[in-house]
Design a protein around this ligand. Structure first.
Ligand code: DHE
Length: 584
C-alpha cells in the first residue's frame, strides 16, 4: 500500500493515453467478442450480443444493391449488432455514432466505407482493419452491408412476453416465513457475468450460500422493498426473481421482456412495497411493468418518439437506469437517445400517467443523493449530470462535470468537511472525480455545483463508493490500459478533502488476490451492511481464476480473499440492505 502525494501528472498521462487509444489492450467484457478494443471509452459501448444471435432476412434486392448471400448478410449482421449497433443504432439511424442508412452510405460509396472501417477515424470509429480485429474479407463484407437496407429485428410484445413467462413456484406455495438461517440483510448478490449466474455470498462468513442461473451475461441485481425478493436482469432481457426466504434461496419466476436489456427495479413507495417490478430494454426500445410477486407482464410502453431538444423522431431510444421514487408511487426511467426522464406513476396502469422530463441526451447510470429526494443521472456522452427532483418531478440542474464521460454507477454520498453533503462521480475518459453539492437547504450556495475535483489513479474508472459510516471514498479504474492501475483502487480520506488536491492511498487489490494468471481488472466496490468492509471484484477471463477481495474500511488493509471455482467473472455486487435502502 503506498500513498501518492499528487497524481495529476500520472493521471494526466494516462488520460492522454486513453484518448489517443494507446495500448488499451483487451476488451471490457473479458470474454465477449473483441468489442471496440481501441479505447476503453469505445470498449464501453454496448455490444448487442443477444440480438446478434437472431437470424435476419436479407432485404429484397433493389437496383444497385451489392451482391450479398443470405449467409453473408447474417454474418455481417451479427458483427454489426455485436460491434457497431451500440454506437450507430440497431436500425442504423445513429446514436453516439453517425447514422448509416442507405441514403447516406450510398452517397459515401463502398470504397469510402471500406477505408473508414479499415483505418477508423479520430472521432472515435475504431480501426477495425489495421488493428486486425476484422479480416480483409470481413472488412469487405462490412463495407457492402450498410449499402443494403437495415435489418429489422423482431419486436417483443405481450404474446412473446407471456410465452416466455414462467412461475416456477407460485406465491401460495412459497414459505410464509424465512426458512433459512441466512442474515439476508448482509447477503451479497454477485454477478457472475460470463456464467450467466449470480452467487449469493454471506457477508459475515464469506460463504457462498447459492449459485443461481440467471439471464445471459447477467447485468445487475435489485431488491424488492421488503428485501425478500432479488431481481436480476440478463443482457438477453431475462428477468429472474429469486426468493431469499427459501432454503436455499431459489428462482420463483422469470420472464423475457425483450431481446437486449440492462435495467430492473421494484416499487418502493410506502404501501406499494413488493407490488410491481419494472424492466427497461435496449431492444425493442420499451419498458414493462410486471407483477411484483409473479413477474406477470402487465403493461408495456414503447419509448420510440421525439428527441427532447431537436424534436426529431428516434426509432430506438434505449432504456438506461431505472430507480424507484421514495416520494411518489413512481418509477424514474431514463431514456438514452431521446434524453428524457420518465416519471411513471404506477398507481393506475389502465390510466397511466407519465411525467416526461426533458433532461439531456445519452442518459446512462445514476443514483440518489443522501436524502433520497434528488436523482443524479449521467448524460455520459454529454459530460453532464442531470439532477431530477423526485418530489416535485422536475429537472433542477444540469451540471457539467468537467471530466470526460462521467460514469457514477449509483455515485457516492458523503458529508464533505468544507462543502457539506456531496455526491461523487468518476469518469471513463480521465482521472477526475467530481464532487457535486447536494444540499439545497443547508448549503444553498453549493447545491448542484461542482465544489471540488479530485484526481484518481487514471482514466477508465467505472464506479465510486462510500458508506455513511465510512471515512473513505473509493475509486476504481478497471478500464485503464495500465494493468497496475486497472488492478488497483484509490481510497481518499474524506477528512483530507480540505486540501486542494488531497492524497489518496493505492490499494493493490489484484496483487492482494494473489492470482497467478491473466490480467484481472478490479471493479465496483460494495460495502457490507454495517459499513465496515468494502468488497471488490477481481474480474479475470472466464477460464482463469477470479476473486473477491474484502478490505477493512478503517485500516485500509486486506481482510479476506474469497476464491472459489464457481466465482467465474465476478463484476457487480449488491448488498441486500444497501441496495434496498439506496445506501451508497
Ligand atoms: Fe453496466 C449499471 C449499461 C457494460 C457493470 N449498466 C448499468 C446501468 C446501465 C448499464 C444502463 C444502470 C442500470 C440501473 O441502475 O438501472 N453497462 C451498460 C451498457 O450499455 C454497457 C456499457 C455495455 C454493454 O454491452 O452492456 C455496460 N456494465 C458493463 C460492463 O461491462 C460491466 C463493467 C461488467 C458487467 O457485469 O457487465 C458493467 N453496470 C455494471 C454494474 C452496474 C451497471 C455493476 C450497477 C452498478 C451499481 O452500483 O448499481
Amino acid at each position: 500500500m503506498i500513498s501518492i502525494p499528487t497524481t495529476r501528472t500520472l493521471g494526466g498521462a494516462l488520460a492522454a493515453a486513453l484518448v489517443l487509444g494507446l495500448g488499451a489492450g483487451g476488451a471490457l467484457a473479458q470474454n465477449a467478442p473483441k468489442e471496440h478494443a481501441s479505447t476503453p471509452g469505445a470498449a464501453y459501448e454496448p455490444s448487442l450480443n443477444t440480438l446478434a444471435q437472431i437470424g435476419v432476412e436479407l432485404p429484397g434486392r433493389k437496383p444497385g444493391d451489392p451482391v450479398m448471400t443470405p449467409a453473408e448478410y447474417n454474418r455481417a449482421n451479427t458483427i454489426y449488432f455485436e460491434r457497431c449497433a451500440g454506437c450507430h443504432g440497431v436500425l442504423r439511424k445513429g446514436a453516439t455514432g453517425k447514422p448509416l442508412t442507405p441514403d447516406i452510405t450510398r452517397e459515401l460509396g463502398y470504397e469510402h466505407l471500406k477505408d473508414f472501417i479499415t483505418y477508423g477515424s479520430p472521432a472515435g470509429m475504431p480501426n477495425w482493419g489495421t488493428s486486425g480485429e476484422l479480416t480483409d474479407e470481413e472488412v469487405d463484407m462490412m463495407a457492402r452491408y450498410p449499402l443494403l437496407d437495415p435489418a429489422a429485428p423482431p419486436e417483443w410484445g405481450m404474446p412473446e412476453m407471456r410465452a416466455s413467462w414462467k412461475v416456477i413456484v407460485p406465491p401460495e406455495k412459497r414459505p410464509t416465513k424465512k426458512m433459512n438461517d441466512i442474515d439476508i440483510d448482509n447477503l451479497f448478490s454477485v454477478t457472475l457475468r460470463d456464467a450467466g449466474q449470480v452467487a449469493l455470498i454471506d457477508g459475515g462468513t464469506y460463504e457462498i450460500k447459492a449459485v443461481i442461473d440467471t439471464g445471459y451475461a447477467v447485468h445487475i441485481s435489485r431488491l424488492s422493498a421488503s428485501g425478500r425478493y432479488l431481481f436480476t436482469i440478463g443482457r438477453d432481457a431475462k428477468v429472474t426473481m429469486i426468493d431469499l426466504w427459501m432454503d436455499p434461496p431459489a428462482t420463483v419466476a422469470e420472464v423475457k421482456i425483450g431481446t437486449e436489456a440492462r435495467s430492473v427495479e421494484t416499487s418502493k413507495m410506502k404501501s406499494w412495497e413488493d407490488k410491481y417490478a419494472i424492466a427497461g430494454a435496449y431492444w425493442p426500445p420499451q419498458w414493462v411493468i410486471m407483477d411484483g410477486e409473479t413477474l406477470e407482464p402487465l403493461k408495456i410502453k414503447s419509448t420510440r418518439g421525439m428527441i427532447y431538444d431537436e424534436q426529431t423522431y428516434h426509432p430506438e431510444p434505449r432504456v438506461a437506469s431505472i430507480v424507484a421514487s421514495h416520494f411518489r408511487p413512481e418509477f424514474v426511467a431514463n431514456v438514452k437517445e431521446t434524453g428524457k426522464t420518465l416519471m411513471i406513476d404506477y398507481t393506475d396502469l389502465k390510466n397511466l400517467r407519465i411525467t416526461e422530463i426533458e433532461t439531456e441526451r445519452f442518459l446512462h447510470d445514476g443514483g440518489f443523493n443522501s436524502t433520497g429526494r434528488y436523482f443524479l443521472v449521467a448524460a455520459n456522452a454529454r459530460g453532464k449530470v442531470a439532477v431530477i427532483d423526485t418530489k416535485e418531478d422536475k429537472l433542477v440542474a444540469l451540471v457539467e462535470t468537467g471530466g470526460q464521460t462521467p460514469h457514477p454507477g449509483r455515485g457516492a454520498n458523503f458529508v464533505h468537511p468544507v462543502y457539506g453533503p456531496v455526491w461523487a462521480t468518476s469518469h471513463l475518459g480521465d482521472e477526475s472525480v467530481t464532487l457535486i453539492g447536494t444540499d439545497p437547504e443547508g448549503h444553498p450556495d453549493n447545491a448542484w455545483k461542482v465544489v471540488q475535483t479530485l484526481y484518481g489513479l487514471g482514466g477508465g474508472s467505472l464506479f465510486v463508493k462510500t458508506h455513511p459510516k465510512s471515512h473513505h471514498l473509493y475509486v476504481d479504474a478497471p478500464l485503464n490500459p495500465d494493468p497496475e492501475v486497472s488492478g488497483s483502487v484509490a481510497a481518499f480520506r474524506i477528512e483530507d478533502m480540505t486540501q486542494e488536491e488531497p492524497e489518496y492511498t493505492v490499494l493493490p487489490i489484484a496483487e492482494w488476490a494473489g492470482i497467478a494468471e491473466g490480467q484481472p481488472r478490479v471493479v465496483q466496490g460494495e460495502f457490507n451492511r454495517e459499513g465496515t468492509e468494502i468488497w471488490f471484484s477481481v474480474w479475470n477471463a472466464s477460464d482463469k481464476e477470479s476473486a473477491i477481495v474484502v478490505v477493512d474500511d478503517k485500516t485500509l488493509t486486506l481482510k479476506k480473499v474469497i476464491k472459489d471455482p464457481r466465482l467465474i467473472t465476478p463484476t457487480g455486487k449488491f448488498n441486500v440492505y444497501n441496495t434496498r435502502h439506496d445506501v451508497y
